[in-house]
Write a new protein. Sequence first.
Length: 177
Amino acid sequence: MLPLGTNAPQFRLKDTNSNFHYSFQDLKGSKGTLVIFICNHCPFVIHALPEILMISGDYKVQGIGIIAISSNDIEKYPQDSPEMMTEFAFKNSFDFPYLFDETQEVAKEFDAACTPDFCLFDSQEKLFYRGQLDDSRPGNNIPLSGSDLRNAIDALVYNRTMPELQKPSLGCNIKWK
């Protein structure tokens, strides 16, 4: 995982929702920016998606920019192609950009390991949180709450200190070329 305090890696990627290209600078929020590595087919992403969408709705209005990125190898996993990303985002009513990292360089710069993987940057573009959504996993019967990520975003928005202990995210490995 990236060390806390690391500057946000800069990128310019195609948004599969709009066909525009966006950079981190274009999408960052006034209070902070949440970068989420996801894909279309991962059961962990599908399980967490309702809470991710609620977090987006709850925090975009508070100045948090939300960016989703898919970095999977689409030759081996065609269900994660840009066309399928567009369909997935539409079907799930994404209200944030869903960017395609074709070269996988952005995932490498973020040290992303799995989907979903969450990186929260403060208004100075320094890494504030990198970790899990909550303790819920497909099949473990723990309800989704987004508690870990929500606590981190609240700490950022309300100028609270963030505990150093942050549980890494758990999910499907990014499908490397």
